[in-house]
Design a protein around this ligand. Sequence first.
Ligand code: ATP
Ligand code: MG
Length: 575
Amino acid sequence: MRHSEYFIPTHKEIPSDAEIISHQLMLRAGMIRKLTSGVYTYLPTGLKAVRKAENIIREEMNRAGAIEVLMPAVQPGELWKESGRWDYYGRELLRFKDRHNRDACLGPTHEEVITDLVRKEIHSYKQMPINFYQIQTKFRDEIRPRFGIMRGREFIMKDAYSFDTDEEAADRSYRIMYEAYTRIFNRCGLKFRAVEADTGTIGGSSSHEFMVIAKTGEDQIITCSDCDYAANVEKAEVSPVMEPREVMENGMSLMEEVVTPGIKTVSEVTSFLKISPDQLIKTLIYKADDEVIAVLIRGDHELNEHKFQSFVGAGEIELAGPDLVFEITGAPTGFAGPQGLKIKIIADQSIRGMKNFVTGGNKKDLHLKNMNIGRDFTVDRFADLRLITSTDLCPKCGGKISFGRGIEVGHIFKLGTKYSQALNALFLDEHGKEKPVIMGCYGIGVSRIVAAAIEQNHDKDGIIFPIPISPFEVTILPLRVDEKIIIDTTERIYQELLDQKIDVLLDDRAERPGIKFKDADLLGTPVRLTIGPKGLKNGEVEIKLRSEPKSFTCPINDAATIIRKKITGLYDSLK
Ligand code: ATP
Ligand code: MG
C-alpha cells in the first residue's frame, strides 16, 4: 500500500475524551472515528487490524470443526418473548417496531435465532455434534459505553453455538472451544488467562472468561501462585476453612442497646464503639425479584452480588431504597439489624462462628452490642456470599492468591437446555426418544481484541502491534522522495516484499523524515525499513523492529530476505 494513495489521518494531540491509552492511540493513529456514543467507524488501518483478528478466529474455528453462518442483525421480538428474554434482558436490548407494528430488536446476541434454526433443521442425534458460528456486528445499548471500541454499543463479535445429544458430548464441545480460544488468543499475541466465571442465573455447570491482563481491565481477577486456580472475583469462592464454623454457646454476654446518634457507616460505628470491623455485622436489605431479603455480612467484608443473586435464584436484585428499608426495619438506612425482622435472613458463612457482635438496632440512632445468633435472632441459611479478599487463601489448594485486572476478550459457557427447552428444540435419540438438545455458547469480542492488544503493547511513542493483527507487517520509509536512487531502491524492495506476500506500507509522502518516523511509531508496525541517502552511499539500508530499541543496517540486496526472516521470527515467537 502506498501511503500517498491511502488514508491514515494521524494526530499529535491526545484526544481529551479518551481515558485509556488504547482509545487515545487508536484515535491518534487514525484507526477509528466516533460517530456517536459507543458507535465508531473503522478507518482503513483499524479495519485491517480487525480483519486480521477475524481471520485468525475464522481459521481456528474452522479447524475446531465449527461451521460459519451469518445471522440477521434484526431479530423478531416474538422469538425473544418465546425464550422469555424480551422482558428480562433490560435496556441493553434496543427494541423498535416495524411498519406492521411488530416488535423487533437489534441482536445483542443470537441464542434465540440459532435455536430457532436448529429446531427447524436438526431433528436427529445423527446430525450432532454441530457447532455454528458467525462473525457479525452486535448492538447493545450499554449503560456506560466507554474506552472507544473496548466497550462500544455497536461492536463486532464472533459468536458460536454448539448442539449436542448428551452432557458428555457437550463437555467435549466445550473443551474443543476452550482449546481453540487458547490458540486464537496466543496467535493474536495477547498475554491472557482463562478464569472461572460466574454462570449467573442461567446456572450451567461451567463458564470461563478469557482475560487479557491489563491494568485498565474492567474485571478483577484472582490467581493462585501455587495451583492453576484463576477466577473472576465475581465468581471466586471463599475457602470455608478460612471461616469459623462453630457457634460457641458459652460466653455470650448480655445484649446492650447503645445510642449512636447519626452514626451509620461501618467506619463510623467501629470508631465510635472502639471495636474492629470484624466485630460488626452489616444487615443489607435487598429486593430479589418480588421478595425482600436481609443479608448479613461481616463489617470488614463486602457482599458479592453475583453469588447472592445465584444463591437466591433471582432474575434481578436491587439494594433497597430508604422507603423500603424503613418499611422493613422501622428505621432509616444505616441502622438495620437482624433482630425481629419478619423477612428471610441469609448470612455469609463467615458470621456463623461470631459471638457478641454489634448490629443495627432497627431504630433511628440505635445499635445493639453483644448480639448472638440463636439467642437474639435466627438465620435461615448460611452460604458463601462475600467477595474474596487478599487475606483469603486459594479455595482449591490453600495457596497464596493475588489480584489483577483483566479485559474480557472471550467467554465460553455451558448453556444446558435453557434455550432448547424454551424454544422446543428437540431431537430423537438412538432409541427414538425425544429430548432437548444441549447447548453451549462461545463469544469473542473481535473489535475488543484490537483495543486490548494495544492496551498491552505500547510505549510513549505509540502502538507496538503484535504482528498477526498489525495493520501492516512492514513500513518502508524513504527519507527523501525526490532522489532517483532512493526512489529506485525503495520501489525495488517494495515490489520484492509484495511478491513475497508481505503486507507493506510504503510511506511515499513528501513529508519530513521526523513526521514519517513519528507516524510509523504511532501506528506500531512491527518492522521498519529506512532508506536514506547516507546509507545508500555505503550500499546499506536500516532495519528496526518496533519492539526493540536499536536499529541495525544491512546490505541493500539482503534487506528483503532479512525482513522476511524477522517477520517469520515474530510470528514464531507466538506459537
Ligand atoms: P462484558 O462483561 O464486558 O459486558 P459480556 O459478559 O456482556 O461482557 P458476552 O455476552 O459474553 O459479554 O459477549 C462475548 C464477548 O463480546 C465478550 O467476551 C467481549 O469480549 C465482547 N463484548 C461484550 N460486550 C462488548 C462491548 N460492549 N463492546 C465490545 N466488545 C464487547
Ligand atoms: Mg456486557
